[in-house]
Design a protein around this ligand. Structure first.
Ligand SMILES: [Mg+2]
Length: 270
């Protein structure tokens, strides 16, 4: 058996359009083989669930950069130690609860820093800043474990914000348009925990992972077959020796790399 673990933005989903249409042939082959597809993203649970619904996916998934793994109840045919159960999911959880994260945003303000988080922007503000529809903005605001921040005041303010975050045991990571304030978790720990469950289910299982940027590093180091997806301009977002490199950006590269991997392993079914 094989399991595919994948990043979403810039990997399975094309930048801007968020389309996965070019990946359909590989998605269909995976479904036919009964091979699990684990979505592993910086997105919130609500955002990942929207993608799962569009894909018709029913496998476990990883949210907010490894803050939590959501496993549909009864997915594995054995009992295992979930950290807690919420609705139809058993959870493994490493993220710091969102109210605590917002407490640290308040501490930054108390220290005189001009920081603005998603919660401060609201649906209209997030929609405007991110180019989202109101529905997409609402999903991005359903945060469990971290807050995207705009920090005014340049490098000095950013360094001071880093100091406040560290004093509270949090990480403040720059990710382009926003800084991201969250606990010290990453995709790798979540993938390793989930892969232990898959290995119990299928002892010989092989995991392939697909990602396009530095925050996928820990995830790609935790799988058997790491695959890098180039950006639209052909750049590779991270250096990872021994990783395969897809021949095209986004979902087209994803499609080709997954089909190639399926050929190699002979596409066994469960
Ligand atoms: Mg990405």
């Amino acid at each position: 058996m094989i399991v595919i673990v994948t990043d979403l933005d810039g990997t399975l989903l094309a930048p801007r359009t968020c389309s996965f249409a070019p990946a359909r042939p590989a998605l269909e082959r995976l479904a036919r083989a009964g091979a699990p597809l684990v979505l592993c993203s910086i997105k919130t649970r609500a955002e990942v669930e929207a993608v799962r619904a569009a894909l018709g996916n029913r496998d476990p998934f990883i949210v907010e950069n490894g803050a939590a793994v959501f496993v549909p109840c009864g997915y594995f045919p054995f009992s295992w130690d979930a950290h807690r159960t919420e609705g139809e999911y058993d959870l493994l959880e490493w993220g710091v609860p969102y109210p605590q994260i917002r407490g640290v945003v308040a501490a930054m303000r108390a220290a005189g820093l001009a920081v603005t988080g998603f919660a401060d922007l609201g649906v209209a503000g997030v929609a405007h800043l991110c180019g989202f529809s109101e529905e997409e903005a609402w999903r991005a605001l359903q945060r469990g474990y971290g807050e995207p921040l705009v920090i005014d005041g340049g490098a000095a303010a950013e360094a001071r914000a880093q100091g406040v975050a560290a004093a509270w045991g949090l990480q403040l990571v720059g990710g382009g348009q926003f800084w991201h304030l969250a606990g010290p978790h990453d995709k790798g720990k979540a993938v390793r925990a989930l892969s232990r469950l898959f290995r119990r289910r299928w002892p010989g299982v092989r995991l392939a992972g697909l990602g396009d940027s530095e925050n996928d590093r820990a995830m790609l180091e935790a799988v058997d077959i790491p695959i890098l997806i180039p950006s639209a301009s052909g750049e590779i977002g991270l250096h990872l020796p021994h990783a395969r490199i897809a021949h095209a950006p986004g979902p087209a590269g994803w499609n080709q790399a997954v089909l190639e991997f399926l050929e190699e392993v002979g596409e066994q079914s469960r």
